[in-house]
Design a protein around this ligand. Sequence first.
Ligand SMILES: Nc1ncnc2c1ncn2[C@@H]1O[C@H](COP(=O)(O)OP(=O)(O)O)[C@@H](O)[C@H]1O
Ligand SMILES: [Mg+2]
Length: 378
Amino acid sequence: MASRQQNERARLQAFVDRFRAKASKARQAQSRVKMLERMVPVSIATEAPPPAFDFPAPASLRPPLLTLDNAAVGYAPGKPVLRHLDFRLDPDDRVALLGANGNGKSTLAKLIAGRLEPLSGHAIRAPRLTCGFFAQHQIEDLDPEGTPFDHLARLMPTAHPEAVRARLARFGLGVDKVFVKARDLSGGEKARLTLALATREAPHLLILDEPTNHLDIEAREALAEALNEFPGAVVLISHDWHLVEMVADRLWLVAEGTARPFQGDLEEYRRLLLAGRTDPSDARDGNGEGRRGGRRAAAARRRDAEPLRRRLRDAEALVAALGKELATLEKDLADPQTYGSERARVTELLHRQTDLRGRLASAESDWLIASEALDAAG
Ligand SMILES: Nc1ncnc2c1ncn2[C@@H]1O[C@H](COP(=O)(O)OP(=O)(O)O)[C@@H](O)[C@H]1O
Ligand SMILES: [Mg+2]
């Protein structure tokens, strides 16, 4: 986390330096320099330790885990959502599926998990392949009256109660949470319980479909760490760029009724999104720019840049607000009296600090990308 923030700052610094070099942009550069200065205190504070996740390790399988051969998938014969899928998944692959909502990411995840069979073509799975599946709705499907112990014990009917509790503890659900009804657990605790349930069979392949929507920052960090420890393959769908960045080493773009490797990194994908390309797979190097010309084109460019400008202003306001909140909180944390008070209060402050820092880092990074996109458009 700290090094990521340093990276962001190094990028921002380079950006500011570039702008300083251009006299016409001196004013923008000034505001960016101020912004950079505001960011500096952020990277000093201490880290709160996240709860640990510990996935059971799967037995090894011979690669590939899964091969899709010209597969089509969908919900009704003759109406595929995705076609021409050629995909191979090996035991240590870490793939993130990118693409706009409704493009078919979840549908592809279900095909990979074996919850949907191909409408045509082939999906060949390694014998004895086991998949863990984590989706948003599974959190909502928890029995509100059931405790973590109840939920896991139901799936491990022959296990000793101690083994059930030990497994829960490995997901950060200790003695104080094991017998709390699901309806009284926090969002992060419910998510951890769902992950414990999804991985109880030591899957070779873990598929996560929007896993972080209900996770607090602390649980998100822990999840990212755990996924790095996870010895099996991972297929991840997430709008949490930080998680994608930490976990994935291959990107697949789901768009235009198919899925294919994305030729670029996450930063590039984000930039394309922010530049208003609904489908980044359509991105061409701007030779359209050259053909346009004259005053009308300039006016059109200004008009096009308006949403970006708004985005930049919003990001800037958010950075300022979060920065202020964080400064106040860190003043509290720096006050020796705080540590004389209840431990729970200190813990809460540290959690809020981690949360704020995460949100600030992503607001800063949105701001940076909007700036760059705006420059590219201008
Ligand atoms: N259970 C379902 N039955 C029929 N159509 C569905 C079902 N689930 C999703 N779809 C359709 O499949 C398409 C892709 O959806 P989905 O895979 O959920 O996209 P994403 O996860 O990328 O948002 C959408 O047009 C959606 O309406
Ligand atoms: Mg989906």
